[in-house]
Design a protein around this ligand. Structure first.
Ligand SMILES: Cc1ncc(COP(=O)(O)O)c(C=O)c1O
Length: 432
C-alpha cells in the first residue's frame, strides 16, 4: 500500500509520511487528521512541468485543478512552483487571491458561474475564463462591456470521448452537463458568437474528458479531435486559435489493482498526437495547458483516524469503526471509490484481516470501504487511510455537525498546521 514515494515504514515499524511518524502526528494534532506531503506535491507538479519541456519544447503550462484540494497553502505552493491554477467557483478564486496568487495565472471554470463571480473575475483580471455555454457568453460579454474590458476566454468543448471511468466523473461525452457539443454545431456557433462580440476574445479551446482515467489513448484521441476543431474554426471563420487546454483526469493508484501510467507519458502521448494533427491540418503548434488535480495531491495525502469498536458479525463481516467517515471522505458513499488502509503502529505486518471501515455518521452507507485488508485491528489503534489527498478535505461536510478535521503539511520530517480543525463554536458561527 506504500504506492507514494512519501510513504514509508520507519525503524519503529510505524507508517511515516514525508519523514514524519504518523503516530506522533496523531498524538500531536489529534484525530481525525488529514496529512499531506509537500515533497510529493512538489515532485508531481515538476513531473508535469518537466514533461512539457521534454516533449513539447516547454510550450505549455500546468494549471493545478484546485478543486482537488483547496486551501491557502496549496495556492502558496503553486505560486512558488510557477504553476497556474484552475478555480471553479468564487470561493476558490477568493482563496487564491487571498494569498496574492497572480490572477493572470488563474483559469476560471464552472458550468454555471454567477454574475457576481464573473464580475469579480473580470475586475481582478484572471488569465482565462473558460466559458461553458451560450448564456454564460452573453453574461460575460455584458460584464466585460460594462467594465470597459476585453476579456480573454477559452470555450469548453465536449469532444465526444467516452473514457472508461465512473459515470459521475465522466465529462467529455455528448450527454454531459459541461461544455459545447461538437457534433451539433453548437461549438462552432459559439466561436462565431464570440467573434461578433465586443467584450470577448477567443484564445483557444478546452476539454476535460473525465477523472481517474488510466488509459492514455482517450487523452491522445481528445487532443486530436480538438486540433481538428481548431482547424475547422480556421477554415470556416479565419480565426487562428493559439491555445489548447486539455484538462486533467489522469488516474492514480489507490489500491494494488490500479495501474496508472507514468505522469510524463500523458504529455508524451498528447504532444505526439497534437504535433501529428497540426502537421496534417497545417496549423502552428498551440500552447498547451494541462489541468491535473487528483494526480498532484491524491497520493500526497493520508487520513489518520482512531479506531473505535470492532464489530464482528459472524459469517457476515467485521466492522471497524472510525472517529471520522463520510463527513471527511464522502467518496465511497458517492461512487464506491477504493482505498487502502493500515494499522499505523503495525504497518510492516501482513494485512491479513478483512474489515469494513465504518464512519460515525447516522447512515448505513457511511463507509470508507468494504472488505479491506488490514492488520488485525484493536480499539484505540491509529488507522491510516492512504491516497486521500484529493477530493477528501475539499468535499468534506459537517453532516451530523461533525467539525471538519485539521490539515497538516509535512516536509522531510517537519510538520506544520495549514488548516485549523473546526471547533463546535465554528459550527454554530453562522447560526442566527
Ligand atoms: C475542468 C477540469 N479540469 C481539471 C479537473 C481535474 O481533474 P483530476 O483531478 O481528475 O485531474 C477537473 C475535475 O473535475 C475539471 O473539471
Amino acid at each position: 500500500m506504500l504506492y507514494a514515494d512519501c510513504l514509508s515504514i520507519n525503524s519503529l515499524g510505524h507508517l511515516a509520511i514525508d519523514g514524519c511518524d504518523t503516530l506522533m502526528l496523531a498524538e500531536h494534532y489529534g484525530t481525525p487528521l488529514y496529512v499531506m506531503s509537500e515533497t510529493e506535491i512538489e515532485k508531481n507538479v515538476r513531473l508535469y512541468q518537466d514533461s512539457i519541456t521534454d516533449y513539447y519544447d516547454g510550450r505549455g503550462s500546468v494549471a493545478y485543478a484546485s478543486k482537488a484540494f483547496c486551501c491557502k497553502e496549496i495556492y502558496r505552493i503553486m505560486k512558488r512552483l510557477g504553476a497556474s491554477v484552475d478555480v471553479a467557483s468564487g470561493g476558490e478564486l477568493h482563496t487564491a487571491l487571498s494569498v496574492d496568487f497572480p490572477p493572470e495565472r488563474i483559469f476560471f471554470h464552472g458550468n454555471n458561474k454567477t454574475a457576481p463571480e464573473l464580475a469579480r473575475a473580470v475586475e481582478v483580471g484572471v488569465g482565462r475564463i473558460v466559458v461553458d455555454n451560450l448564456s454564460e457568453l452573453e453574461l460575460l460579454d455584458s460584464v466585460a462591456r460594462s467594465a470597459g474590458k476585453r476579456v480573454l476566454i477559452q470555450i469548453r468543448i465536449k469532444p465526444g470521448i467516452d473514457p472508461d471511468t465512473h459515470d459521475f466523473v465522466r465529462t467529455g461525452q455528448i450527454d454531459s452537463k459541461f461544455g459545447f457539443a461538437l457534433e451539433t454545431g453548437e461549438a462552432m456557433d459559439a466561436v462565431r458568437w464570440v467573434m461578433n462580440s465586443e467584450g470577448l476574445e477567443l484564445m483557444g479551446v478546452h476539454c476535460h474528458i473525465g477523472s481517474q482515467i488510466f488509459d492514455i489513448n482517450p487523452f491522445a484521441h481528445a487532443a486530436e479531435v480538438m486540433v481538428g476543431f481548431m482547424a475547422a474554426v480556421r477554415k470556416e471563420t479565419g480565426l487562428a486559435l493559439t491555445e489548447l487546454n486539455l484538462g486533467g483526469g489522469f488516474g492514480i493508484r489507490y489500491v494494488e489493482s490500479h495501474n496508472p501510467a507514468a505522469y510524463q507519458s500523458y504529455m508524451e502521448a498528447v504532444s505526439r498526437s497534437v504535433k501529428a494533427a497540426c502537421a496534417q491540418h497545417e496549423l502552428p503548434l498551440p500552447f498547451i495547458t494541462l489541468e491535473p488535480g487528483r494526480s498532484i495531491v491524491g497520493a500526497a495525502g493520508i487520513t489518520l483516524y482512531t479506531a473505535g469498536a470492532v464489530k464482528k458479525i459472524p459469517g457476515v463481516r467485521t466492522y471497524l469503526t472510525l472517529d471520522g467517515g463520510m463527513a471527511d471522505n464522502p467518496r465511497y458513499a458517492l461512487y464506491h471509490a477504493e482505498y487502502d488502509a493500515c494499522v499505523a503502529a503495525r504497518a510492516a505486518e501482513p494485512r491479513d484481516t478483512l474489515v469494513t471501515l465504518a464512519g460515525r455518521c447516522c447512515e448505513s452507507g457511511d463507509l470508507i470501504g468494504e472488505h479491506m485488508p488490514i492488520q488485525p485491528p484493536q480499539e484505540g489503534d491509529i488507522i491510516a487511510v492512504t491516497g486521500t489527498g484529493a477530493y477528501n478535505y475539499s468535499m468534506a461536510s459537517n453532516y451530523n455537525r461533525l467539525p471538519r478535521p485539521p490539515v497538516v503539511m509535512t516536509r522531510e520530517g517537519s510538520h506544520r498546521l495549514i488548516v485549523r480543525g473546526e471547533s463546535y463554536d465554528d459550527l454554530i458561527a453562522q447560526d442566527i
